[in-house]
Design a protein around this ligand. Structure first.
Ligand code: ARG
Ligand code: GLU
Length: 716
């Protein structure tokens, strides 16, 4: 018995030791949960310097950038820093053949040259309040999910009506810990955000897909914007009269750099994680869902890549699409590798054994949670084929652009009799024009053949539409089917789609009835909607309900442990130390890279590894200004901060809260931190702020921007 307890103790402290740097913490709870630990890791400021609603604190310098990335204010004139890949859309939209900002970069020489971006916004968090009690009032545990949700929604609406806020502020409520907690956010959103500068892609996206998710890394993944406000410094729609926003707080920039072991934190808006899944769910992601999605994308990418390699125009046309498809494809592979190499499922099983052991020893816990894990694991077993069918449906159909065109026209058709139709049609014409510009029918036809083969042959026949089966049988070969379908379908005729959309959209709506591509799309989506979605949703809501109990149970059973909620695109703080790492295959990695490394990777004229002439010159002349250390310009570094997608553009801060780097990626196998953080290999990747300033100042000659910033030189 004693031995048993000792073993259990070792197992449990084992989890907690390994997970020392794990966590995406709520800023308003740092003081009660994390401050001591952060200070013991080296932090020199207090929790209230990070989050305070009564005085300017670090949180007042952090924004959600467009809802998909993070940005931070770095001057008292509203200058904003984020990643190149976060600002890419804006950079692309302002680019033309003559003014190719993607290739050459862009720098506004004065505020008058800064470029407005319709639709781009940034959101500050004013304050965060716990509204759990109010939102859950009258919603007992045992309600069905939908009954519970309608009570929650009603309560939440009521709270939002009651909240004290200014007319220019907004508020929303989010669920945390799978619906065990609810927090209300008061926010301020600024809609006039202008592009200030961006380096050429050869710097901002150096190494492209080959280096993506990889370490060692040499990418200057940054761009700069400026927030504009009305004359009263409050949010205002774009107007030439608007003035640079004067922030409550802007980040000071440390020129002292980081060394191994230094405390760092990352402050931003992580998108989505699933850290509290049972072992069965993790095993499924690893063995079923990720491999299926990887396989599908692999086939699509092979087709696209083949054409991109032989055709310059296609390379440009498909570059951003390829990057988008390959980003998650590569991430999932790293995730599977990481989960496999660190025995994540075994670790989950041990954790579950410890959980069960404690539950069984306590009659009250036993009564409440005794059946939970077997039930939950059982449901995951039941949802397995449905979740796979969902992945096949979504992953294959979304790669076929012909299908996208049909689906867009179908959606537009449903608005035909509505007042919003004229506006919707105009928007659709704009959207379709851009979409068709980046579409090659030749490529899409081959992608179609590859995707339909997977759809038809790799799935249980019950999930394959009868229409697709029949259509295929007529040809007995995917390429021939594709040829015939694309030759006949009006939706595969780019010029005609656009022309009819402009002059006679009704013709397209009518074609939805007769066109074979449209019939194929309808049959495939109907089968999914009727045979997959209803049971998938039913199982999923049963799982959600049990996950909520399991979450609550874990917090009760391991009450000595502090829990952080899964990421949900709300403001979080991750902290850790600057650290190299050893990959599971035993390779050791340094924690820093330098400009010398850029030059080592340099391949003249290469699509991914070319280096701009000016940068090569600066390197040769060692013209590094104040940005080098011992004759070397630092470029990127890694640390153990727990981050995920959405943390792109987040500031990396030092022990004093000074900006030292810009988060933009994670190391490949470490991407499993979305499911099971493991301090031995999980590292986030940041650009050193001195590399950013070196590029702004020395490469781009935009020293007026550096002058706006507050550079500090803390002693190490
Ligand atoms: N992997 C990073 C992220 O998930 C960077 C992606 C952009 N860069 C690229 N080469 N595709 O967003
Ligand atoms: N590049 C990611 C983003 O766009 C961040 C990297 C990650 O997933 O950690 O948010």
């Amino acid at each position: 018995m004693k031995k048993h307890i000792l073993l259990l103790f070792v197992v449990i402290t084992g989890f907690f030791k390994v997970k020392a740097d794990e966590g995406m913490w709520l800023p308003q709870l740092l003081e009660s949960l994390n401050e001591k630990r952060m200070q013991s890791l080296g932090m020199k400021i207090s929790a209230s310097d990070i989050y305070d609603i009564n005085k300017g604190s670090l949180k007042d310098a952090i924004v959600s950038f467009g809802g998909f990335c993070t940005g931070e204010v770095i001057s008292d004139q509203g200058l904003l820093l984020t990643n190149h890949h976060c600002g890419f859309d804006a950079i692309q939209n302002h680019s033309t053949i003559d003014k190719n900002f993607i290739r050459d970069g862009f720098w506004a020489r004065s505020k008058a040259e800064e470029l407005p971006n319709a639709g781009l916004f940034v959101t500050f968090i004013v304050r965060i309040e716990d509204v759990t009690e109010q939102v859950l009032s009258g919603a007992p545990q045992n309600l069905t999910e939908s009954a519970r949700q309608s009570i929650v929604d009603k309560n939440a609406r009521q709270q939002l009506n009651l909240v004290q806020k200014e007319s220019y502020q907004n508020a929303f409520i989010r669920s945390f810990f799978d619906g065990n907690k609810y927090y209300l956010f008061v926010t301020e959103t600024y809609n006039d955000v202008r592009l200030v500068g961006a380096p050429p892609s050869a710097i901002g996206n150096f190494g492209k897909d080959t280096d993506n998710w990889m370490w060692p890394r040499h990418t200057g993944d940054f761009s700069m914007f400026r927030i504009y406000a009305g004359k009263d410094n409050k949010p205002a729609d774009y107007s030439p009269e608007n003035i640079p926003y004067k922030p409550k707080k802007s980040l000071s920039i440390s020129m002292s750099g980081m060394k191994e072991g230094d405390f760092t934190m990352v402050f931003g808006f992580p998108g989505r994680t699933s850290e509290y899944l049972p072992s069965k769910a993790v095993e499924q992601i690893m063995k079923v869902n990720d491999p299926a999605k990887i396989l599908i994308r692999d086939k699509a990418l092979k087709v696209i890549d083949k054409y991109m390699r032989t055709d310059e125009a296609l390379k440009i046309q498909y570059a951003s699409k390829y990057a988008g498809i390959s980003n998650a494809w590569k991430k999932w592979q790293g995730e599977v590798l990481g989960l496999t190499n660190t025995n994540a499922v075994d670790k989950k099983l041990k954790y579950e054994a410890a959980f069960t052991d404690r539950v069984n020893k306590n009659p009250a816990l036993q009564a409440a949670y005794g059946k939970l894990l077997p039930q939950l694991n059982g449901l995951y077993e039941q949802i397995k084929p449905l979740a796979l069918a969902r992945d096949y449906y979504l992953e294959t159909t979304s790669k076929i652009e012909l299908f996208t065109i049909v689906q867009r026209i179908r959606a537009l058709n449903t608005k035909r009799d509505k007042g919003s139709y004229v506006g919707a049609l105009k928007k659709e014409i704009d959207w379709m024009t851009g979409f068709l510009n980046e579409l090659s029918i030749k490529v899409d036809k081959e992608v179609f053949a590859a995707m339909m083969q997977l759809y038809r042959e790799n799935q249980h026949p019950a999930y394959v539409s009868a229409y697709a089966q029949e259509a295929y049988k007529k040809f007995g070969n995917y390429a021939a089917w594709a040829e015939a379908l694309y030759a006949k379908s009006v939706f595969a005729d780019k010029a005609k789609v656009l022309q009819q959309l402009k002059n006679n959209p009704n013709a397209l709506f009518e074609a939805l009835q007769t066109d074979e591509a449209a019939q194929l799309v309808v049959s495939i989506s109907n089968l999914y909607d009727n045979k997959v979605a209803p049971s998938l949703n039913e199982k999923q809501s049963a799982i959600n309900q049990l996950q909520r109990s399991y979450m609550k149970a874990q917090m009760e059973v391991f009450s000595e442990k502090d829990f952080y909620p899964d990421a949900n695109s709300t403001l979080r703080v991750a902290f850790g130390n600057v650290k190299g790492y050893q990959s599971p295959t035993g390779k050791n990695y340094e924690y820093y890279t330098y400009l010398d490394g850029v030059m080592k990777k340099y391949k003249p004229g290469d699509y991914e590894f070319d280096v701009p002439e000016k940068l090569r010159q600066l390197y040769k002349q060692k013209d590094f200004g104040q940005y080098a250390v011992n004759g070397k310009v630092p470029v990127c570094f890694i640390a153990s901060n727990h981050t995920t997608g959405g943390n792109s553009g987040s500031p990396a801060l030092d022990a004093y809260g000074n900006l030292v780097g810009l988060n933009f990626d994670r190391v490949w196998e470490g991407t499993m931190s979305d499911i099971n953080y493991d301090a031995s290999i999980c590292r986030n990747i940041m650009v050193d702020i001195r590399y950013i300033l070196f590029i702004v100042d020395k490469f781009a000659g935009a020293s007026h921007l550096v002058e706006e910033m507050n550079l500090v030189y803390p002693k190490k």
